[in-house]
Design a protein. Structure first.
Length: 106
């Protein structure tokens, strides 16, 4: 039997984290982070750590809201809702700045 000839291995064509971030449209990440408020723009940018931190903060805010609603009646009821309303714009600005930062260094 003749020996098999193997094709030469090609280098991996996987883009780096910075290449993915620089290639992403900053405005899409901003809109996705603004609209739902749970960091979907980070999924678009493939920034998993930032996404999970945002989800953890959102869950903490909602849990805090549920606990304060069950214990008190008053201004503290709005902690979770106000936190979520602030979370969207903060993550949107951060996602846009991250794209700009990577593009400037490239």
């Amino acid at each position: 039997m003749p020996a098999r000839v193997q094709a030469p291995k090609r280098p991996a064509m996987t883009p780096t984290r910075e290449q993915i971030l620089a290639a992403s449209a900053g405005w899409v990440a901003v809109v996705l982070n603004l609209f739902p408020g749970v960091g979907n723009g980070y999924l678009y940018q493939r920034r998993w750590k930032a996404y999970w931190i945002t989800v953890a903060v959102a869950v903490t805010l909602l849990t805090t809201n549920a606990i304060t609603n069950s214990r008190t009646k008053g201004q503290l009821q709005q902690v979770g809702v106000l936190g979520l309303l602030l979370l969207g714009p903060v993550t949107a600005v951060e996602a846009g700045l991250a794209v700009n930062r990577v593009r400037e260094t490239s």
